[in-house]
Design a binder for this molecule. Structure first.
Ligand code: ZN
Length: 417
């Protein structure tokens, strides 16, 4: 059942590294061969993937134009500081750093678990997940903040977003001991960590089957749909193009990192797939292959909000379950062009998948995503698309329950186009 598979993906993708680990298992089960991250220079299989932390690249085929689907594995969250043990007024607290553009209030009064990676003295990196809630950011009671409902909630990110996790004083290393214990590892064997918080409430489909709520919908919906579409494409035996997925880290903080969309790994993979040997001829061949290829940058879009319809451009109001949204911006905050939009819509029409259009109001700043970065780097024509959602960047977001499958079908059609 695609829906169960999607819910499982959402619940297991609690950190970027967990997201790629889950996608990797699905790809391996479908016959994709994992290539060690530092072995792309050797002979690579025609159906395979590489993965490191929050970055995963997978491919099927090596001839014909590239059909690339890009998405991102990270979501706005709270990240544990290198030395997280803190305390105040008899409460043990966790020192956290805000990662990306969180909606501050959405992190209050939620039961929070911790997940991510531990790097051990041995050099090994392991995944860890407390699964159970271990901390909470309590909101100030209304009795002590009498005019909060009139004035609006104002939160200082340093002072007011520090979770509590117990009673007592701060003891250096205690939090790490509690977290690493979940993997049977002693804190003294952990040299560094990359740990984020998440709300333990599982992904849920609402009673009438129309709506889906979960943490990290932005952008795990696209990661799931991209992976699902690649697996389906490979299973169908389609070979006239080379399908690639690129699940990047660090989109929420600008993509400027080794594992972000501005990093070199996708280009290295594409050159390897072309069989580039750095000669003048091969360089031209690589360029020609790129300009005849196409990339879908898949990232969620804003559904029209019933309580704030005026925030949307009147003639462009995507709605949940209306199918993938094609995002355009004349100022190139999105990479969509008339040609790429048409190519994507043509593929969707062929698959019976409806599409919608989004453009922002002239007086509301437009967001951006990985599309413009990959298209600028590689010269590959790109279209920005995504599922329409509400509550973007909340700790718990909402979208239409049918849209993820429509996105997967549209990407499969794009892979075959
Ligand atoms: Zn996103």
């Amino acid at each position: 059942m695609p829906v169960d598979d999607l819910l499982q993906h959402l619940d297991r993708s609690v950190s970027p590294a967990h997201s790629t680990a889950h996608a990797a298992r699905k790809l391996a089960d479908a016959g994709f061969v994992e290539v060690p991250f530092d072995r792309l220079a050797k002979d690579i299989p025609s159906t395979g993937f590489v993965r490191d932390g929050g970055l995963l690249l997978a491919w099927h085929g090596n001839a014909g134009p590239f059909r690339i689907v890009g998405a991102h594995t990270d979501s706005p969250t709270l990240r544990l500081k290198p030395r997280p043990d803190a305390a105040s007024s008899g409460w043990k607290q966790m020192a956290v750093e805000v990662y990306g553009g969180i909606l501050n209030n959405s992190w209050l009064d939620r039961d929070l678990a911790v997940a991510g990676r531990l790097v051990l003295r041995s050099g090994e990196t392991i995944l860890v997940d407390t699964v159970e809630p271990v901390a909470r950011i309590p909101q100030l009671a209304v009795h002590l903040d009498r005019d909060v409902n009139e004035r609006g909630l104002v939160l200082d990110r340093q002072a007011h977003l520090t979770p509590v996790w117990g009673l007592g004083v701060a003891n250096d290393g205690e939090i790490l001991e509690m977290i690493s214990g979940h993997q049977g590892v002693r804190a003294s064997d952990v040299l560094s960590h990359d740990l984020v918080m998440y709300d333990v409430t599982p992904a849920r489909i609402f009673a009438d089957g129309t709506l889906l709520a979960s943490g990290r919908l932005d952008n795990q919906i696209s990661c799931w749909a991209a992976t699902e579409a690649l697996v389906r494409t490979a299973a169908s035996g389609a070979t006239h193009s080379c399908s690639v997925i690129a699940l990047f880290d660090h989109e929420e903080v600008g993509s400027e990192s080794t594992h972000g969309a501005a990093g070199p790994h996708l280009e290295w993979l594409l050159r390897r797939l072309v069989g580039n040997n750095a000669s003048q001829f091969a360089e031209t061949e690589f360029r020609d292959r790129c300009v005849s290829s196409m990339c879908v940058s898949a990232d969620n879009a804003h559904s029209v909000h019933p309580n704030y319809p005026d925030r949307h451009e009147p003639g462009h109001r995507p709605i949940a379950n209306g199918g993938p949204v094609v995002k355009s911006n004349a100022n190139q905050r999105y990479a969509t062009t008339a040609q790429t939009a048409a190519a994507f819509k043509r593929a969707c029409e062929g698959a019976g998948v409806p599409t919608q259009d989004f453009v922002s109001r002239n007086n509301v700043p437009c967001g951006s995503t990985i599309g413009p970065i990959t298209s600028t780097r590689l010269g590959i024509p790109t279209v920005d698309v995504g599922v329409a959602q509400l509550s973007m960047h909340s700790a718990r977001e909402m979208c239409g329950a049918r849209d993820p499958e429509l996105l997967a079908r549209s990407l499969e059609a794009f892979n075959r186009s």
